[in-house]
Design a protein around this ligand. Structure first.
Ligand code: SAM
Length: 285
C-alpha cells in the first residue's frame, strides 16, 4: 500500500499527549463505563486492521490514537489522514497512555473512538434466504462478541438484542468480535416490539430451548427469512418469547452437561441454517 503524502495530516493536526491527567485522555478512558459510552454515543476499538476496516465500512471516527512507535507507518498515517479529513482528532501518545486507555499491559499500537450505531428494527425488511440472530437478555460480553463474529462469518444479516442486554460496544465485546461489530448491523428492541416486528415482517422465528420438541436438523430454514432466537445464559427463554416463536428447537445432547454455552449453541444453529441455504444454492433454487 503506498502512502499518499498529499493526504498526510498537516503539522499541527496531530496532538502529542503523554500525561494520563490530560482531559481528552480522561474522557477516552471514561468510555470503559457504559454510562459514558451512552452519554457520548461513542466507543473505543483497538487494532490497526480493525480501524482501517471500520473506516472503509463508513463508520465515523472521532479520535485516532496511536503510539509514538507507530508514527510514520503508512497505514497509520493513512488512517490519521482519514480521521483529520472527517473532522476527527489525532493523538500521538506514549505507550503508557495507550496501555491505560485500552487496559492492557501490551497494548495495540492504534486505537480509535467511533460513533456507536444501532440499526432501527423498523428499517429491517428481511428477505428469503436471510438469517438473523435474536438474543434474549444476553449478559456475557465474551458471548456476545463471539456471536457477532460467528454470525458475520456464517453470513447472517444482523443481530437483534432483545430486552436488557450487555453493551455491544463495550471494549470486551468489541475485542471479542475481532472487528465484526463493524460489519454486522446490531438492532435492539423490547420483547413485545421484537415479536410485533417479526409478525409484520413474516419471518420464521426458530427459538432454541432445552425443552424444545423439534430436532434442530429437521427444520426447513429456507422457506422464509429465519430469526434464530436464543435464550439468556442463566434463565433460557421466558414464556413470552418462547410462546411467540413458531417452533422450539433442541440440539440433541449426550453426557452430563445440562446445556451448551450460548455462543456455541448459536454457532451450531447458524451453521445448520447456513447448510440448508448452501444446499439450496447448490440446487440452483
Ligand atoms: N439454564 C438455562 C436454561 O434452562 O435454559 C441454560 C441456558 S443455555 C446456557 C443458553 C441458551 O443456549 C438457551 O436458552 C438456548 O437458547 C441455547 N441452548 C443451549 N443448549 C441448547 C440445546 N441443547 N438445545 C437448544 N438450545 C440450547
Amino acid at each position: 500500500m503506498s502512502f499518499d503524502r498529499e493526504r498526510a495530516p498537516r503539522v499541527g493536526t496531530v496532538k502529542e499527549v503523554t500525561s494520563l491527567s490530560n482531559p481528552i485522555i480522561k474522557d477516552i478512558r471514561a468510555l470503559g463505563q457504559k454510562k459514558h459510552r451512552e452519554e457520548s454515543g461513542t466507543f473505543l476499538a483497538e487494532g490497526l486492521k480493525l480501524i482501517i476496516d471500520a473506516l472503509e465500512l463508513g463508520w465515523t471516527i472521532r479520535t485516532l490514537i496511536y503510539a509514538k512507535s507507530a508514527k510514520g507507518k503508512a497505514p497509520v498515517e493513512k488512517a490519521a489522514a482519514k480521521t483529520v479529513a472527517s473532522g476527527g482528532l489525532v493523538l500521538e501518545v506514549s505507550e503508557k497512555v495507550l496501555g491505560a486507555i485500552t487496559r492492557r499491559d501490551n497494548p495495540q499500537m492504534v486505537a480509535g473512538v467511533f460513533e456507536s450505531r444501532y440499526r432501527p428494527l423498523g428499517d429491517i425488511a428481511p428477505t428469503r434466504n436471510e438469517t438473523y440472530i435474536a438474543l434474549d437478555r444476553v449478559r456475557d460480553p465474551g458471548n456476545l462478541g463471539t456471536i457477532i463474529r460467528t454470525a458475520d462469518a456464517a453470513g447472517a444479516s444482523g443481530i437483534i438484542l432483545v430486552g436488557e442486554t450487555t453493551d455491544p460496544f463495550s471494549l470486551e465485546t468489541v475485542r471479542a468480535t475481532m472487528g465484526s461489530v463493524f460489519a454486522l448491523p446490531v438492532s435492539r428492541a423490547e420483547p413485545k416490539a421484537f415479536l410485533d416486528w417479526a409478525r409484520k415482517s413474516d419471518v420464521e422465528i426458530v427459538a432454541t430451548h432445552l425443552a424444545g420438541s423439534v430436532d434442530y436438523r429437521t427444520i426447513d430454514y429456507t422457506k422464509k427469512p429465519v430469526v434464530l432466537l436464543m435464550g439468556n445464559e442463566q434463565q433460557g427463554l421466558p414464556a413470552e418469547l418462547a410462546d411467540g416463536a413458531g417452533r422450539l428447537a433442541r440440539i440433541p445432547q449426550q453426557g452430563r452437561a445440562d446445556s451448551l454455552n450460548l455462543a456455541v449453541a448459536t454457532a451450531v444453529m447458524l451453521y445448520e441454517a447456513r447448510r440448508h441455504l448452501l444446499a439450496l444454492e447448490d440446487n440452483g433454487r
